[in-house]
Design a protein around this ligand. Structure first.
Ligand SMILES: NC(=O)c1ccc[n+]([C@@H]2O[C@H](COP(=O)([O-])OP(=O)(O)OC[C@H]3O[C@@H](n4cnc5c(N)ncnc54)[C@H](O)[C@@H]3O)[C@@H](O)[C@H]2O)c1
Length: 270
């Protein structure tokens, strides 16, 4: 068995699907004891069953990251079972809600704004608060937050999501600064478009994949291609890495558009 995170206890929120599931599976294969914390009990249980079928350790504990009581219960049950929490990989978001309900601010209902901030930013706050307290008591831990490239560069029509994820990016740095001397690291991953379940219906529409690929230098990522970076941040290999905001994005942030500026300006190539 590989052992890059051997014996570490890792809580993966939103671990029932997409990037959370892929992260949970790879962390388990690298030796971690996994808690899959998802609002969807069935999905969480299925992921745990598949991890256990490979001979690794996983428990499903249902959680709603919008509820302080629910997150506190998650921490309590995890610590009762495993004695500690070494890694938080926080993914939980209702992506369908984001895709279908977000708008330009000028058209955005106040209620949608409130729901988005509650789910994305307050959910992150609650997980970091209560799992962070456990890590403080241990004087060690690695918190890995999932932001998005859309928090780093504008994306029309996603104003409440980008505001909330932008808050996650800013919080990554200030929380890292606050916790570093106590042995707790905090980093954020900014994925580009990733082909997870809630994105597949859109991806399958004619032209969508081609359009999306024009925005990335490399092929659109599968969730399993984000997971190795998660293992790195969870492991002691990243012992000197904190406050980092990492685009793991198929090159999305590296260029303005797939547009040949030199050609458009009729300038001779240099
Ligand atoms: N897929 C992308 O293109 C993409 C790109 C950038 C960032 N992200 C971010 O990555 C993260 C994971 O996205 P994904 O595409 O893997 O989504 P996904 O839908 O595959 O997985 C999200 C999981 O979170 C769970 N969940 C939803 N609300 C919850 C709640 N209140 N409490 C607990 N669990 C809850 C869902 O049941 C689901 O299992 C999200 O934070 C998303 O914003 C996704």
């Amino acid at each position: 068995m590989a052992d890059r995170v051997r014996e570490k206890v890792a809580v993966v929120t939103g671990g029932g699907s997409g990037m959370g599931r892929a992260g949970a599976v790879l962390l388990a294969a690298e030796g971690a004891r996994i808690v899959v914390a998802d609002i969807d009990e069935d999905k969480g249980a299925q992921v745990c069953a598949s991890i256990r079928a490979e001979g690794h350790e996983a428990t499903a504990i249902p959680v709603d990251v919008r509820s302080a009581a629910s997150v506190q219960a998650l921490v309590r049950e995890t610590v009762q079972r495993h004695g500690r929490i070494d890694v938080l990989y926080h993914n939980a978001v209702d992506v369908k809600f984001v895709n279908e309900q977000d708008r330009r601010l000028t058209e955005l209902p106040e209620e949608t704004w409130d729901r988005m901030i509650d789910l994305v930013l307050r959910g992150t706050f609650l997980c970091c608060k209560y799992i962070g307290r456990q890590m403080l008591a241990q004087k060690s831990g690695s918190i890995i937050l999932t932001a998005t490239v859309d928090a780093l560069v504008g994306c029309a029509g996603l104003d409440s999501y980008t505001a909330a994820k932008g808050g996650v990016v800013a919080m990554t740095r200030s929380l890292a600064a606050g916790l570093a001397r106590d042995g707790v690291r905090v980093n954020a991953i900014c994925p580009g478009f990733v082909a997870t379940e809630p994105q597949l219906a859109w991806m399958e529409k004619p032209g969508s994949r081609a359009l999306m690929e024009q925005l990335h230098l490399l092929p659109v990522a599968a969730p399993e291609q984000i997971a190795p970076f998660v293992v790195y941040l969870a492991s002691d290999e990243s012992a000197v890495v904190t406050g980092g905001v990492f685009p793991i994005d198929s090159g999305y942030m590296a260029f303005k558009a797939n547009f040949n500026v030199m050609g458009a300006m009729n300038t001779e190539p240099r």
